[in-house]
Design a protein. Sequence first.
Length: 548
Amino acid sequence: MHPSHLTSREKRAAAIAAAGSLDRALAAGTLPGRSDLTLAEFIVLGLIRQDVKTFIGILGHGSTEIADVLRTYEQAGLVRMYGVRHETEAVHAATALGWVSGEKAAVITSIGPGALHALAGALAPLSNGIGVWFLLGDETTEDEGPNMQQIPGHEQDRYQRLFSAMGKTYKLHTLGAASTALRRGRNATAHPWKPGPFFLLLPMNTQPALIRDANIRELPGRGNPVTGPAAGPGLYKKAAEKILESRRVVVKVGGGARRAGPELSEFLELADAVAVTSPLVPGLIPFSHPRNMTVGGSKGSISGNFAMEEADLLVAVGSRFVCQSDCSRTAYPNIRATVNINADPDTARHYENHLAMIGDAGETLAALNRELKKSSPPSNDSEWFRACREKRREWDLFRRERYANPVRYDPVWGREVLTQPAAIKTALDWAGKNQAISFFDAGDVQANGFQVAEDETPGRTFTETGSSYMGFAASAVLATAMARDRFYALAFCGDGSFVMNPQILIDGVAHGATGCILIFDNRRMAAISGLQRAQYGTDYATSDAVEV
């Protein structure tokens, strides 16, 4: 098409593409600072400026204008739209993309059931602290009568009220509020310590409405939110005194410590402490580290649970105190005090008789390490360290015995089969040798997985423990097609989890995903069956005889 025939929208897209970015096009004057834009185009430009260039979802009659905007900007090479077959799958893929690569994506749905599918999937990024944009079709603002897919009734804004229970929400019924909406979304998805989903509701009649003389320069950029170290008079001296006067220090490492690996390793030595890790952070402390007692809780290890039960001081770093990991008020029976390092004030004050250190985990630990260095170095051969190391050896032996006997008779299959731990170990070893990224689905496969994983570095294994969302791992494979730095994915799925989102088999081929889905078929919800048998002596309504 000759440039003179290009539409104004196409000219804007071409100018941004030629300049290399929206800001460069503005600086060069090839993109006017003010233009007449539809609300939908203003939103897409705002997301491009925030480096959100990946869109995934299902388009419908509630998203026709934004679809045309995306078509134009994709033709110019500025964005990429991935059409899929289920909105929950779209959310899982966007979550995995952000989790592995740090790239943000926007999930698009039409009005109605599709938006609700996306709402369900939003449990995963909300629980695991991953920023994901949601662009959701909504009923018109004119109240002309029921829209076909709105929540039935004679009240407006029902979707906004519903979605607001799951995260930050904004409804764009007023064109002049578009920049504010984009700023609120940036602040939610790029929150310094608690990023999560942002739900932007786009009524069908405001999407194509024209913003006259829209100021493109006021579009908010990415920003760089940071949190500093904890502050307070004598805070680090008090923390050091508590640590040094204790004999059995355990450090609970949660997802909020993801970027504090070096500081944590140094702290363990300075405090003569051992670490109990959350399933969210495998490899943050190398598996082979002598002070790593691995996971604890109801699905924890022998060594991890021993450290929790025998410690007299708890240092919590970036931990939310999830019930399965911290046993809902029954763990840490012998602790006398806690030092709680967390950027979130509510979480930092979770325990009584505590010292709350509210700030970034890595920076706070670095300052605490400097304070601890003022004292005499602790012994590397303390009674506590030796006892914990003995339990860790016991746990390692327990695991090796199971790997050495990988086959057992299974009455359901009627023959000998591989045990899950042995099969998972084999697959994880292969993933490690081939630089594959491993994703685990919820259930017994997940529980076995974070007990088996032996990661030496972070970012190799991802287990969706936040909301235990079945179907996450298979859908996560689609992130391999969207990431700027491509990777190979290995999804560990129970048979029940896989059939929750099997459309990945089509969407993965359609978009060029690279990965493998490994299905563990035990014909039951084994984690729940096991729990039922442990509590009541029998299982109920958690198994079937259908061969998958």
